[in-house]
Design a protein around this ligand. Structure first.
Ligand SMILES: [Zn+2]
Length: 70
């Protein structure tokens, strides 16, 4: 694993089907970034704007259900 560049919170790699997440994010932000990057992998054609909106929404629902990073 290589360091994430600059202010990047997460990265999705299509070729390797992997996600990298900044380990220093708050638990709620980490959840949102995980969903965000997963959405990129699930639908590479989805625009950044659409990924952002959906990830925020889904992360809020998961957070309300009690999903958090340990
Ligand atoms: Zn993105």
């Amino acid at each position: 694993m290589h360091p994430l560049p600059g202010n990047v919170a997460g990265l999705a790699c299509k070729a390797e089907n992997t996600i990298e997440i900044d380990p220093n994010l708050s638990p709620s932000k980490a959840l949102e970034v995980a969903v965000h990057e997963a959405l990129h992998l699930a639908d590479w054609g989805l625009s950044e704007r659409k990924v952002k909106y959906r990830a925020k929404y889904i992360a809020e629902v998961l957070w309300a259900q009690g999903y958090r990073k340990k």
